[in-house]
Design a protein around this ligand. Structure first.
Ligand code: ZN
Length: 249
């Protein structure tokens, strides 16, 4: 399987060690996701030095710093051959309700860039599902992924109808996440992804520790249990889904 969303450059451990550990655990590849332009060079360096690490380019809604991202810089990074997606972008009214208008404008800018370059979007949404979905109706044919999904089935269904994949993180293994596990049961197999979002959200049995890409296996194991399928079969499906969405050969 792949870790479809991690922040290798933000881990507690040295990124190369984390990549090696993930490989040893059977992780076939990782998408190192950009959160702001200041750290994009570090993200790209990791994708350039590891054959199984790819990158995305974007400015997280909580990293806007009261201004719209520089579209020229975003576009330049996005044309790098190791970049497979635009994001993460989206809306977060939980952490930054006062920045709603700016976040919407930034999301629109990322959507336009994804359409222009025919790349999938990596979407973060928190306490803003309806407005996120409304804007995503303008996403391109390749749509993208709803990362670290924690919303209800109605939202999942609406995103699936727009062509989006649904990515589950370690949150599905948390004791109080029964509603989310119900959603994870209902998503069609060919639209599922898993991720760590490391260094955050370590899955059971590592909860509370600093997360790392190797532990995506624990997320997948939980998802396999929830769906009543063998881990090996699910892993093959997840790999195929990741490669299809991000067009990785
Ligand atoms: Zn993230």
């Amino acid at each position: 399987m792949w870790d479809s969303h991690c922040h290798l450059n933000l881990l507690e451990t040295e990124p190369s060690l984390a990549v090696a550990e993930a490989r040893q655990g059977g992780v076939l590849g990782m998408i190192c996701v950009g959160v702001d332009l200041a750290s994009q060079a570090a993200v790209m360096a990791l994708a350039e030095t590891h054959a199984d690490v790819y990158a995305s380019v974007g400015v997280h809604p909580c990293h806007l710093d009261a201004q719209l991202p520089d579209i020229t810089a975003l576009r330049a990074w996005a044309q790098h051959p190791r970049v497979v997606a635009i994001g993460e972008t989206g809306l977060d009214y939980f952490h930054e309700p006062q920045a709603a208008e700016l976040q919407k404008e930034s999301l629109r800018l990322h959507i336009d860039l994804a359409c222009e370059l025919d790349k999938p979007l990596i979407i973060h949404t928190r306490a803003a599902a309806a407005e996120t979905l409304a804007l995503l109706r303008h996403a391109g044919e390749r749509a993208g992924v709803m990362h670290c999904f924690t919303e209800d089935w109605e939202t999942a269904k609406a995103a699936l109808d727009l062509g989006f994949y649904i990515s589950f993180s370690g949150i599905i293994s948390f004791k109080n996440a029964e509603d989310l596990r119900q959603v994870a049961r209902a998503v069609p197999a060919d639209r599922l992804l898993v991720e760590t979002d490391s260094p955050w959200l370590a899955p059971v049995p590592h909860r509370g520790k600093s997360n790392r890409p190797a532990w995506v296996v624990d997320v997948a194991r939980c998802l396999a249990q929830v769906r009543g399928v063998a881990l090996e079969d699910l892993a093959a499906t997840l790999t195929a889904n990741t490669r299809r969405l991000f067009q990785i050969p």
